[in-house]
Design a protein around this ligand. Structure first.
Ligand code: 6GU
Length: 223
């Protein structure tokens, strides 16, 4: 999969992409992630990328020209399955959306800033708008990192255990059961006996039960 990101703050995106699982996924060639600095596509002398909004009001708006310059430059080399704008008024990210996006070959993600971007970009160039929750961030970068992380870990070969993404919370609209590791007893706090029993069938049943109980209690909206 190829993921291109357009951002005014590339360094804000970098760290999460260059550690642990995402770093390994890129090194293995399972995902190719490129960050493009929007400012490089400004044709202004001062590399301006934002301006006051028509009609008045506080807050700067990202201008259409540098964004379209950048999108068109990238589109000349790559055919994108989706051009995604990260925005708090987009569709709310969930596991289904991450699964769906993980099946695409090439995606382009645009991170907004300030008051937003010129609406004409959204109307004519963006194919999908994604939000990571009902709260406002200073820009789309952190949200893009969340989206990319949730998508990249689903790509074949990215996680060590082939089945582990399938058993995630939310993958079947259920919360995962609790997990434990050694020691089996710590300051009198014990691991549930059944997990030490070695009986796979009983353990599987227990996990399913726990999963249902937790979902009922914590996220009844999922049931
Ligand atoms: Cl995608 N962007 C911003 N700026 N704020 C958000 C968001 C995105 N998702 C939730 N809040």
């Amino acid at each position: 999969m190829q993921i291109d990101i357009i951002s005014l703050l590339p360094s804000l995106l970098e760290s999460p992409l260059n550690h642990s699982i995402l770093k390994r996924a890129q090194n293995k060639g399972l995902v190719n992630i490129n960050i493009h600095n929007l400012r490089d596509y400004s044709t202004h002398k001062q590399k301006q990328v934002d301006d006051y909004q028509y009609g008045g009001g506080a807050g700067m708006v990202l201008m259409i020209e540098p964004i379209v310059n950048c999108i068109e430059y990238l589109k000349a080399a790559t055919k994108y399955d989706d051009i995604i704008y990260m925005s708090p008024d987009g569709e709310l990210l969930n596991q289904n959306i991450s699964n769906e996006i993980s099946l695409k070959k090439n995606i382009l993600i645009l991170c907004g800033h300030y008051k937003g971007i010129d609406e004409r970009v959204r109307e004519h160039f963006i194919t999908r708008e994604v939000s990571i929750g009902d709260y406002v961030l200073t820009g789309g970068e952190l949200a893009a990192n969340v989206l990319i992380d949730s998508v990249a870990r689903l790509l074949p070969g990215v996680l060590n255990n082939e089945t582990s993404a399938l058993e995630d919370s939310f993958q079947d609209n259920m919360i995962s059961p609790p997990v434990y590791t050694r020691p089996s007893e710590f300051r009198g706090m014990k691991v549930p006996e059944i997990l030490l029993s070695g009986n796979e069938k009983l353990i599987q049943n227990w996990r399913t039960e726990q999963s249902i109980e937790r979902t009922k209690k914590r996220r009844p909206d999922l049931l």
